[in-house]
Design a binder for this molecule. Sequence first.
Ligand code: DGT
Ligand code: CA
Ligand code: CA
Length: 579
Amino acid sequence: MRNKEVAEKFYELAKLAEIAGENPFKVRAYLEAARRIENLTVPIEDLAKENKLTEIKGIGKSIAEKIVQYLSTGKIEKLEMLKEKVPPSLLELEKVPGLGAKRAKILYETLGIKTVDELRKAAESGKIRNLPGFGEKTEKKILEGLKSMRDKTVDRVLLGIAYPLAQSIVQKLRENSPIDKIQVCGSIRRMKETIGDIDILVTSEKPDKVMDAFVKLPQVKEVIVKGDTKTSIFTHENLQVDLRVVEPSSFGAAIQYFTGSRQHNIHLRELAIKKGLKINEYGVFDLSTNRKIAGEREEDVYEALGLQWIPPEMREDRGEIELAEKHEIPTLIELKDIKGDLHMHTTYSDGTASIENMAKEAMKLGYEYIVISDHAKALGIANGLSIERYLEEKKEIESLNKKYAPFKIFLGTELNILTDGELDFSDEQLGIFDICLAGIHTAFNQSKEQMTKRILSAIRNPHVRIIVHPTGRILNGRGGFDLDLDKLFSEAKKRGTVFEINSSPERLDLSDLNAKKAKEEYGLRLSIDTDAHSTDSLRNMFYGVGVARRAWLTKEDVINTKSLKEFEAFLQERKNEKK
Ligand code: DGT
Ligand code: CA
Ligand code: CA
């Protein structure tokens, strides 16, 4: 199905037409067409073949021609024409928060600004405020927009890429050099969703040998700087890795310092001063005597400040230091607490493995149960299942359950929350499932009110227990939908609906902050699921648990820490209510 691809072209067409100053009705027609195409549940190429494109609401003759043109040649003449007229860099410009297509066009026409760089220079030198319709306030907004853009998009790498990379470097270093202790610090140790650079600390009696081995690792593309105590390199992924060799007597203080976060460290420093102490990467010192009172072990560093040790995932200065002062740091959830995975796909829909192979892998991970949740029929692009197909799946599951007992497979479904909040099947049909998951997979561009209403109606459906990848964000891709999370969380609390932390490294959705809010402000229960489409990706659970730890969740907050028996009781609760 090429719907998404075709829709993208019309979004692009709308953008360029807008910047080129074309008739606004046309612009809106392109946009409308893009949305309609995105929402189609049948392949657009089929409709084109059958000459039925104009039967789609909002698609007239001229747009239908463009679709046919694109499907047969890979190009739309009109789009190519606009690309010649409008410099492509203007598309970048238009993305600057506070600017938009209209203003981007004015800036291009009056000041000849084509790139983000040129925009920054013009804004910094005060040239923009004098343009009609702009003013000082707009100029300031543009500068702020530019800054936030830079903060967000400086090539941060997904944790799912950086974490295994760091592990492989650690392993190679251990094999090839005389290392005593080694610790990955920085944002990786804090399990942040994206990573700026990798920070590794070691102790060794022969630092020069360690540095020699480091720059020769196969992961190294380029050496930035090589020194006695610090060496920095670029990996082939263009990720910077800083390796520092420190004294064993300072190792604890150093890993504390380089784990951060910066905010957490600043707060610690203030606290130290209040207590007549000083803290830095070498240790904790008594200011009056200048004597070192801690440094070798990280626990001692915290203890010297009168604090309980704080798990790295919590070190963001979000109140964890206050908790540690009272010795009230919660026992965070751990990977080993997870007893089952509630969200995964098989070859029945768009997964690459059979039900049996997913089950076998889950057993290897030590789980007691899994939920198979293949896509439902409205998601044609993912080969969504009809009720008949789910019944076949159910049969296969029943026979596998006999074979592998006491391990248990449940029949689930990942329903589509359609544009009007409806689901793929009637309430009666939903009765065949052990558990229903629901999520948004199409029509991402509705208003905040509509999006919120859609999910609210899924929460209110008595069959739906879990809302999956709730905000729809894709890291380094699209931001989340505009949603009123407070409304959703409070309704979910009333109905006992669970929100998912999706462990796929591109998603990690709910995010740490949203999951923290769900628990703290609404007492919601969450699930941590992988949404695996292969046996390998069942291992992504680790990243979801990282998010949960950053959200300060304990085992009790997460439903898939339940034993099989408890989980069956949890499923039964809802069945009883419905009777
Ligand atoms: P990243 O690399 O952007 O994903 O984030 P981090 O947290 O790994 O930051 P990075 O690599 O710049 O520095 C590693 C840690 O070193 C950071 O979390 C805290 C510490 N650090 C770095 N610069 C400063 C600083 O200026 N002040 C303080 N207090 N700590 C710093
Ligand atoms: Ca870092
Ligand atoms: Ca660094």
